[in-house]
Write a protein that binds this ligand. Structure first.
Ligand SMILES: C[S@@+](CC[C@H](N)C(=O)[O-])C[C@H]1O[C@@H](n2cnc3c(N)ncnc32)[C@H](O)[C@@H]1O
Length: 220
């Protein structure tokens, strides 16, 4: 997936086209979403386990979908504040009923204002669970998230890997199938540029990445 330079805006027409796709797709997929995704959105509970190894008071999930991950995080850490960023209306409706303790926001990862979501405080953890591969400008989304973290905070990504340990033909067919749903596995080079520490799942099917806050610019 290409990522436009950060000075370019996320054009309103592009954003609205993406929103229409999401609303249409999740309009019919939302009722069966959790059941059908369980067998292939692997590594999510492992990523949640990693997040729970660290302290956090404020957590934002980007592309939170039906709230499946937030339910688990909230059960383990009920005193933290949770925000769900979700541009698809059918998903947001489901989230709102399932996670009444979380604030659901209609926004896109490329231009969301994280600090406004927590009353000007910065989040300690920002989670992208199988959303970065659907986001049109993943580099911009990651840079924005890193720049918005509290000191010592982390961005966590769990998403499809490159399937480098399965026969190439099989991996190619799987990626072609994902492409039909506007899903593009996250580029390893992008994660390296953003200083991610990466843990690979079995067969390279998924990966979990942890990214530090962006360095604060020095006054000139
Ligand atoms: C495959 S679902 C993952 C849902 C959930 N995180 C999970 O692990 O079950 C991807 C989610 O990303 C959202 N999404 C797609 N593009 C986005 C964007 N540009 N900004 C934020 N969320 C986006 C979709 O609406 C969808 O809810």
């Amino acid at each position: 997936m290409t990522d436009a330079p950060s000075h370019e805006a996320f054009a309103p027409t592009e954003r609205e086209r993406h929103r229409l796709f999401l609303d249409d797709y999740y309009g019919w997929a939302e009722p069966i979403y959790d059941l059908t995704r369980k067998p292939y959105l692997l590594g999510r509970d492992r990523a949640i386990g990693r997040i729970l190894e660290r302290p956090f008071a404020r957590l934002a999930e980007v592309g939170a979908g039906t709230g499946r991950n937030l339910v688990r995080l909230h059960a383990a850490r009920p005193d933290a504040s949770y925000v769900a960023i979700e541009p698809s209306a059918p998903m947001r409706r489901r989230l709102a009923t399932r996670c009444p303790w979380a604030r659901a926001h209609d926004a896109f990862a490329e231009d969301v204002d994280y600090r406004a979501l927590f009353g000007l405080a910065r989040p300690d953890v920002i989670l992208f669970s199988y959303s970065l591969s659907m986001i049109q400008h993943p580099g911009r989304a990651l840079r924005r998230a890193r720049a918005s973290l509290a000191p010592g905070g982390e961005v966590f990504v769990v998403d499809f890997g490159e399937l480098h340990r399965v026969p190439r033909g099989l991996a190619r067919s799987f990626h072609r199938w994902l492409d039909a749903f506007h899903v593009h596995p996250v580029d390893r080079g992008l994660l390296a540029t953003e200083r991610a520490k990466v843990e690979e799942g079995p067969l390279g099917y998924y990966r979990i990445a942890r990214l530090p806050p962006a360095p604060t610019p020095r006054p000139s």
